[in-house]
Each structure stands twice: as structure tokens, then as C-alpha cells.
Design a protein around this ligand. Structure first.
Ligand code: KG4
Ligand code: ZN
Length: 462
């Protein structure tokens, strides 16, 4: 094992004190190395077997003994893993037993003759559930955001810096401009969030970050910031899928009960996802072309509303009547959606009216479009709830703010006797509170990243 540890190239791995790595040829095996002045001072070799850690070897090299390094290594394993831990120790090794007892390990069995005839003690430390403060970072599109959330459900502080005013002049998000502005904002947003929470990095237990999907340049800024914090402050780094974040915006409102159906309606996604438990996602269906939010923004543009037009179409729709006939998007038995036909129909209708010298009644067009879009989403959601026998619905993503959609989903949920949850209006669109909330459950599910974490512009939730 020491040989394997010595092979670690520290300058490639980038860490201050600890290097935490999986051993490539054994999916259960990990080691954590503690280094001093670029030398291996000690290491722990352990197996992570689903939800339990077995420490196989803990060693401090001769020259470094008596400096509390064993204690530091053990504390690191305890602080960065939400699991119970077992280990064996020679019953004559009083020093080691004393150290383990200090960390609440208890003897649970005796292994006769385990060490060349000398008994070994099997010691166990139960996982102690403690308050967990996660700092979340989100920068996948045009919002730079940082939030601190306790135990995945209680928001402590959130800061969101939106770039809408910058991008609206272009009619949509310009990726290059977005990433430059994230670079400008990221440290300010993180500092502000810690100040608002009256906390320091010492109070934070882990860093969660959106690694994808989204605009690659934008994602990179958040991911690098999170990696830097994790590196400097030795905190676990948790990668969060953006859509998981949107879904978990609901856990800031009320406890999520399973099995549940998540309806994800955002600028980039329209999906029906079934969840049998925390972080157990199963995709039932999704859009075959455009996302519904994208379609809203396009319709807004056609009728002359500023980016992001979705919320403005929603307001207008409530002032108009359904007078324009638009096609029903996808008549089939699947849980899939299609919005490009509806989008093209609105564009063509607006164009033809203009050609004929007629003025479009914007309110009526918004109302007509919203009716078809909402009906399509509600009918597919209803079908999934009925067929999948799920009694809980959570709605997620920017379009979850849509009043027309909320009204219709509430009506449907009442008819089917379904419990429905929406995120707070301010957390429908992109924010880091949802990432910190999802990060908590991702952490409990054993999802940790090391400093090689990279952003991914396209990545499936499941
Ligand atoms: O979730 P989000 O912030 O970004 C993505 O992850 O895509 O969603 C943004 C989308 C935009 O397309 C925006 O127009 C839409 O959500 N949106 C709405 C409403 N509020 C935001 N669409 C319809 N009605 C709304 N009230
Ligand atoms: Zn989003």
C-alpha cells in the first residue's frame, strides 16, 4: 500500500494537506494521504462499501509520529463522509485504541488470534447525524449565485446576481458575456452570502456546485470557484446536476415524500422524472425538441416582449382571450413533449397576420399559446401520475413560476387527490439555494468529487 501511496503525484493532484483518491483498480478502495512539505507523512487506506466505511490500514510514517497526524487523518475521514466506520486493532495497541475511543469508536466484537495469535478488537463508530451547512454555487447560465442551506431544507442566506439587464439588449444570453460577468461577480457573491449568513468558511461542512448542464464558460467559473474553496478549506466537494437542483428547490418548501413525480419545466428542459427516494431518478419522458421555457421566450420575442419573455407572456395571457387556433403539440401515448411545432405555428401566424396588414392582438395570442402549452404539460403529467400510481407531484424550473400552469396543475392535483409542491416564486429560476439543498442529499448519497471535477455542458440527470 505504501508503494501505491508514494506514487501519488502531488503537484498534479493539487491539495493543501490531504489527497483523497479512489484506487483505480478497486471501486471500493480509497486512500487519503496526509502530506507535510510534499512528503507522505501518513495515510489511511479504506473501503467504502455502499454506506459503510471499513478502515483497512492507518499508518503514520516513523519520522512524523507524535505530531497528531493519525488524529488529523481520522478526523478528515469522519468529517468528509456521512457513514459509520469500522476497523480492527491489535488489543495490545493501547495508543491506537485510545485514539479511536477519542473519536467515539466502541468495541463491538473480539476477533480471536487475528494478529498472529493476538486478539483483534473490532471497533465501530456510528454515523452521528449533525447539522450540515452546505455552501452552494450556481453559474450555469446568466445568474451568479451563492447560498448556504442547513440540512438540505433550511435556507440561511442566498445571494443572486442576475445579468438579465446586460443580456436583454441582445434578446437572449450571450455566452461569452455571461462567463465574463460570472468572473466579475463570483467572489463578491460568495463573500456577500457568508456575510449575510454571519458565517465563515469554518462553519461550512461542504461545497456543492452545479457542474452541468449549461453554458460551458459559465459553468467553469462556478466549478473553479468551488474547487478553490474545497482546496483551501479542505471541505468535501459535491457535484450537482442543474436539474436535480431545480427539483430540490422543493425541499426548501416542504419535505419531499416518495415515490414522487417531478415535472421539470425550464428554459433548457421539459421532463417528467420519477423518484423512488432521494437522488433516485428515473426519466419517464422529455421534450423531443424545444424546452417549454425556450418556446415561451421565442413567442415573447415574436410579439415584441423583452428577454426573458416567459413571465411577460404569462402576464399578458391573463389579460387576453383564447381566440387564435394553434396546433396541439404531440398526440401520442408517450410521456414525451414537443414544442417546436407550436413555436413555428405562432411565428407563422404572426408573420401571416403582418403580411395581411392585420394587427396581432398580443394578449389574445399569448392567451391562446399559453392554453395549448399548459394543456400539453398538464395532460402528460396527469397521465404519468395515473399510470405510475404516484401520489406526490413536485414542479421545478423557471416555468414553474407560470401562473396559468400553477392554476391548472393545482386543479388537476385536487381531482386526482395528489399532493403538489411548487418552489417559492424566487427559487423557480436559477439560484444556488436549490443547489445547496440538492448537494445535501447528493452528499448523503455518497456523491463526492475531487479536484479533477470538470463542467459539462450536456449531461443527463438519469
Ligand atoms: O430554470 P430557468 O431559470 O433556467 C433554465 O435552467 O433553463 O428557467 C428560465 C426559463 C426562461 O425560459 C423563462 O422565460 C421561463 O423560465 N419563465 C417563465 C416564467 N418565469 C420564467 N415562463 C413562463 N411563465 C413564467 N412565469
Ligand atoms: Zn435552470
Amino acid at each position: 500500500m505504501l508503494e501505491e501511496v508514494q506514487k501519488v503525484e502531488f503537484n498534479k493532484i493539487l491539495s493543501t494537506e490531504f489527497v483523497d483518491k479512489e484506487i483505480s483498480n478497486n471501486p471500493f478502495a480509497h486512500f487519503v494521504v496526509y502530506k507535510l512539505n510534499d512528503c507522505v507523512a501518513g495515510f489511511v487506506y479504506y473501503s467504502l462499501i455502499y454506506d459503510r466505511i471499513e478502515i483497512n490500514q492507518i499508518e503514520v510514517l516513523c519520522d512524523f509520529r507524535g505530531q497528531g497526524i493519525g488524529s488529523k487523518l481520522l478526523k478528515y475521514i469522519i468529517d468528509t463522509n456521512p457513514y459509520g466506520i469500522t476497523l480492527e486493532v491489535n488489543k495490545n495497541n493501547k495508543e491506537a485504541i485510545g485514539l479511536y475511543k477519542k473519536f467515539n469508536f466502541k468495541t463491538v466484537a473480539i476477533r480471536r488470534g487475528y494478529y498472529d495469535g493476538v486478539d483483534g478488537l473490532l471497533m465501530e463508530r456510528k454515523y452521528e447525524v449533525k447539522d450540515m451547512y452546505i455552501l452552494g454555487i450556481e453559474s450555469s447560465c446568466d445568474e451568479t449565485s451563492c447560498s448556504i442551506v442547513k440540512d438540505g431544507s433550511k435556507e440561511i442566506a442566498t445571494v443572486i446576481s442576475s445579468q438579465i439587464d446586460i443580456h436583454k439588449d441582445y434578446g437572449g444570453v450571450v455566452p461569452e458575456i455571461a462567463s465574463r460577468n460570472h468572473v466579475k461577480n463570483i467572489t463578491i457573491v460568495i463573500e456577500q452570502c457568508l456575510n449575510d449568513a454571519e458565517m465563515s468558511m469554518d462553519d461550512i461542512d461542504a461545497i456543492a456546485v452545479t457542474y452541468g448542464p449549461g453554458l460551458i464558460g459559465s459553468l467553469l467559473v462556478g466549478v473553479e470557484a468551488a474547487k478553490t474553496l474545497s482546496f483551501i478549506f479542505n471541505k468535501p466537494l459535491i457535484p450537482v446536476h442543474h436539474i436535480a437542483g431545480h427539483i430540490y428547490a422543493n425541499s426548501l418548501v416542504k419535505e419531499m415524500n416518495f415515490p414522487l413525480l417531478a415535472l421539470v419545466v425550464s428554459g433548457g428542459h421539459t421532463e417528467l422524472v420519477k423518484m423512488l427516494g432521494h437522488y433516485k431518478f428515473e426519466k419517464l419522458g422529455g421534450t423531443l425538441d424545444d424546452a417549454v421555457g425556450e418556446c415561451y421566450d421565442k413567442v415573447a420575442r415574436v410579439i415584441g416582449l423583452e428577454y426573458p419573455g416567459g413571465p411577460k407572456v404569462d402576464v399578458l395571457a391573463h389579460k387576453g382571450k383564447v381566440t387564435y387556433k394553434l396546433p396541439v403539440p404531440l398526440k401520442d401515448d408517450s410521456y414525451n413533449f414537443s414544442f417546436s411545432g407550436l413555436k413555428s405555428a405562432v411565428i407563422n401566424l404572426a408573420h401571416n397576420e403582418k403580411q395581411r396588414g392585420c394587427i396581432i392582438r398580443k394578449e389574445d395570442l399569448a392567451a391562446s399559446f399559453q392554453k395549448v402549452a399548459v394543456e400539453e404539460i398538464v395532460s402528460k403529467t396527469k397521465k404519468a401520475l395515473e399510470n405510475e400510481e404516484v401520489k406526490n407531484l413536485v414542479v421545478a424550473g423557471g416555468v414553474a413560476a407560470n401562473k396559468g400552469l400553477r392554476e391548472e396543475l393545482l386543479k388537476m392535483a385536487k381531482d386526482l387527490d395528489i399532493d403538489v409542491s411548487f418552489p417559492d416564486m424566487k427559487y423557480c429560476t436559477d439560484n444556488a439555494a436549490m443547489i445547496a439543498a440538492a448537494g445535501y442529499y447528493a452528499y448523503l448519497d455518497g456523491r463526492k468529487a475531487d479536484l479533477s471535477l470538470n463542467s459539462q455542458s450536456t449531461d443527463k440527470l438519469c
